[in-house]
Design a protein around this ligand. Structure first.
Ligand SMILES: [Zn+2]
Length: 49
């Protein structure tokens, strides 16, 4: 399953590597992962199932 998230370094949507589910301070679900191209951290708010 590919989870796309916007990478600010690449300025494009990338497939998230090693996605991890988390929760924001507001209690909303968030997915955190790594950009496959630049290795930067990318995240996406919202549950992905
Ligand atoms: Zn990137």
């Amino acid at each position: 399953m590919a989870i796309e998230a916007y990478c600010v370094k690449c300025k494009a949507k990338k497939e998230m590597q090693n996605p991890v589910e988390g929760v924001t301070k507001n209690g909303k679900p968030i997915m955190k992962g790594t950009c496959p191209d630049c290795g930067g951290k990318i995240c996406r708010i919202g549950a992905v199932k």
